[in-house]
Design a protein around this ligand. Sequence first.
Ligand code: ADP
Ligand code: MG
Length: 746
Amino acid sequence: MKRPKSRKFNLRKRHSEVEEIELLESWIASGKPDAGSNPLSLPPPPKNSRIGKLSDGSFSPYSSAVKFIQLPLSKKTKDGLAAAGYSKMTDIQRASLPHSLCGRDILGAAKTGSGKTLAFIVPVLEKLFRARWGSEDGVGCIIISPTRELGGQLFDVLKSVGRYHGFSAGLLIGGRKDVDTEKERVNNLNILVCTPGRLLHHMDETPNFDCPQLQVLVLDEADRILDEGFKKQVNAIISQLPKYRQTFLFSATQTKSVQDLARLSLKDPEYISVDEESETATPSRLKQTAIVVPLDQKLDMLWSFIKTHLKSRILVFLSSCKQVKFVFEAFKKLRPGIPLKCLHGRMKQDKRTGIYSQFCEQHSVLFCTDVAARGLDFNQAVDWVVQADCPDDVASYIHRVGRTARYCSGGNSVLFVTPSETKMIDKLKEKKIPIECVKVKAKLLQPVSGLMAALLAKYPNLQQLAQRAFITYLRSVHKQRDKEVFDVSQLPIDEYSASLGLPMTPKVRFLKQKTKDKKVSEQMVIVPISAVESPSNPQQGSMVPGSSKEDDSKLEEGFLAEREPLLVGEENVTNTKDSMPVTRVLKKKKLKINVHRPVGTRVVFDEEGNTLPPLAKLADTKMDADSVKLDKDKVSQRYAELREAMKVADKEDKALAKERLKEKRRKEKMKRKRSRDEDKEESGLSEEDQSDMDNEANTGNSNKKQKVYFDSDNEDDGRDKIKMKDKITLREQEELALKLLSSMHS
Ligand code: ADP
Ligand code: MG
């Protein structure tokens, strides 16, 4: 009874779904916003106006919708949104959803925490719903996130809002061990949320994995995904995706690079930037300050900050994993009175997963690298974002501070800059970031440097961490691209080392190299163009002190970009003619293969180890050495002698071989005779046959045919004679005859 009922029910459901889709499509088509228009500029619909199909058969306008329910969305999505607590749309959602729902590509830019996630999750669900996507249709949507944590978070939002849809979704991120299980299932998933590396891994290694039907591609934090770090992976991914699809790119710092857009083959994308008119590039609820801190006081400042904000959730950004490890371990030992946590890329994924939710649960400090800078939503729980190390650039700053003051909540941020990095503050102000510089009273600082030295003495591991942190910090400053802000030579290195508690300043190879490089450049610098360019002067390189191969290789190691300006005073000119004009620097010599060089002569060693040309002994020594000619008669005579000698040797070898063969046969015969005497068996069997016989005897088969061996021998006279190998004695012949007779009788 149940079955027909449920079939009927399913049929009805399918019918209603088809009807719903038709209705939605008519609604979407009826009120499409003009391409390039900004829905935010339209007046909102009147309150309590009817939604959807109206009595006259027309549809309510949705371009100016303020609430999700005013949009042409499926019931399942609307219910999911309501269940997750979303009703009113944020600006980026209002501005982008009317465009994305009618199938347009979107380039969305909006401040951090402004709700970009729903701006792409909702149209993804709708697109697949209206396409009646099912499990057998395979991958319909790929959402790419730059970090694993953000991937996890997007997946959670997808699950929450899409709870009433029947799509299957999977989270594919690195660091998870269950790749094989993933491989089995990935072909049946409809929506993939993934990091670029893991997606490519599946594209390369999972059998039958491809997405020929892909409907939507989403890049969250698009500018990050499209930057150099992911370039190769993303290009490889895109090359495997169908071009006919809808594409959404979202970020707070959106890419406008034509090249990037061309890579993604966007079709007339809608560029939606809700904050272009805004006075600030960061949320207005965010209070931002900057403090100029000498590098050697940074730890004191950070410690003091934490000690004075024990009832907060503080996110501390540092420049490298090693910095994070050291500061976390050291502060943990100093017990500040607030739980400390850390998050960086070198941690195992099990540990990484869930750190951010733990962080949200209680007042604590989370030390992290930029792995936590993008997209993460700490449930509006972060009170303070402290950038203890200066960010790489303005975009990085915006994303870091964006971890606080999300959605409608407020937040605070503080940026530490060393005196040589103050240019960063100007750059931030130029990009519409309202940041206020504050001074800290030195007497309020709680110095920890003295304590650090004691800690390091007590814990050797911590000392190692401190050393590594010291070196990686300097390296990270040295590697920074923005040389206007970052200058490693301006840093008080010894003082910084002491502030970490290190007893001695560790040697920093690249810094030493820099000074060495300076010296080298001072010595080498000026060489006249004519001297450098003259091909007739191959020794030119050695004229310049310090231009040896070794120095070159060191220079290459990392500081080439950092070389000091190379022009120096004329007193440093070496080996140049006074009259020569001051010109340019020697470039690194290129190794060239000269194809016209003379071909080398072959050296042959004779038996005594003398180097003589072949047959030189036979050369006519009277002739001059250059034109060594061979006496033909002597050569042929020599060959005749050699042939004779070889013939003699050959005869001797054959005689010897014959002798050996005879001896072998004699031994075999003796052996056979012995065994015949023992077993009273027939004669003429080799050892192998004997063993075969033994085997057969064991199996009870002794009725064996006699084998007769022939041998080709005695080739000396050129004719092969065939002869009986073994002469049969008279007695043996009699025995044989008797046997034959008896077998005939029986
Ligand atoms: P972004 O990606 O722009 O940084 P998110 O999508 O992570 O921002 O959203 C930030 C916060 O705002 C999240 O906690 C999210 O739940 C909340 N949020 C987003 N849209 C809405 C909405 N329409 N109504 C209420 N809260 C929202
Ligand atoms: Mg986001």
